[in-house]
Design a protein. Sequence first.
Length: 410
Amino acid sequence: MSISMIGIDHSKASVDIRAKFSFTKKRAIEAMKKLKEEHGILGCIILSTCNRMEVWVSTQDDEEISLYDFLCKEKEVEKDEYQDYFMKRENEEAVRHLFYLTSGLKSQILAEDQIITQVKDALTLARDAYCTDNVLEVLFRMAVTAAKKVKTEVTFSRANTSVIHQAMERLKNQGFSFEGKTCMVIGNGEMGKVTALALKEAGADVTVTVRQYRSGVVNIPQGCKRINYGERMELLPDCDLVVSATASPNYTLTKENFEEIKLDAASVVLIDLAVPRDIDPEVGKLQNVSLYDIDSFRIDAASPKLQASMQKAGEILDDQMKEFYDWFNGRDIFPRIEEIKADAVEDLNLRITKILKKTPMEQKDRESLLRAIDTAAGKVVNKMIFGLRDSLEQEAFLDCVEGLEKIYES
């Protein structure tokens, strides 16, 4: 079995290029179901965020599948035009990439929080669509576990919880103060809520847009106001800052929208955190408008302290990846080991039973003792077999397993 992936991200592709290959949840499910039907595909997962899109598959050995061709067909784009923006990884390289990615070490905002949730959500989406398999399931779960361990044990002095914090820090350095400013957040998804909360904590007067067709109760951060999405242009002339972070396929703010209103003399700052874009780039050419997109906020060169944190995180991830490989390399041998253990325990049980029959004790005590012996015997057999696995080369270990199996062959 092999693991492979293909991906496009912020390091090689602009927001507009990434947008061509982004997936909504609905489209991701549809694409995964198609991919799962391809010959040789055992499981697949699509990870699509603002900064990256990745397709992961587990395949039968020696199976050659062009994920890039599949993507181009799915997105109806010319193959020759975008190939240079993609990176393909297989097996060990792919596993290492996912562990580092999930820990935030490949994020545009280093060690940001959201990527862990995004990886978990991608796995859940694939699982619910019956598109993943045991290998990808374990790989993604162990990558999330490793990321949480890094998050707990390593301090990144310059890390921000999300891109909005990096954006706010950049604006502060340019002399923008959030205290008392009128801010509007377009979008009430996860990113919108994080943005609204961050602005509120910075002292801003924050209003969040809510779609009218949404059913049920829509929660927004405490202390924030709400307006219907359709009323956003009525509030915009009074805003000092507007952040748009939706999953809409259409622009939330267009040049035509701004032609219908009159801005105050003071400039308005617009931040577009969506992929595809929420705000028409032409808006940025208007007078008194400063427009930033998600690619506007990049990390500078790492300091020595940050490099030390990266090294510590790498050591943790190496240990966690070893655990995955232990599982991956042994997944086919586990059932055989369980059979050996069951045969050995049964053998011991028969021998002990003969002795216990001659030992005066209550029947319930005898049964209780046998259960305890069964458990202890199973642990001893496990310790011996897995001890052999850790101390022998793979081929020698498999020979030992084969020899043990022959002992109890009928």
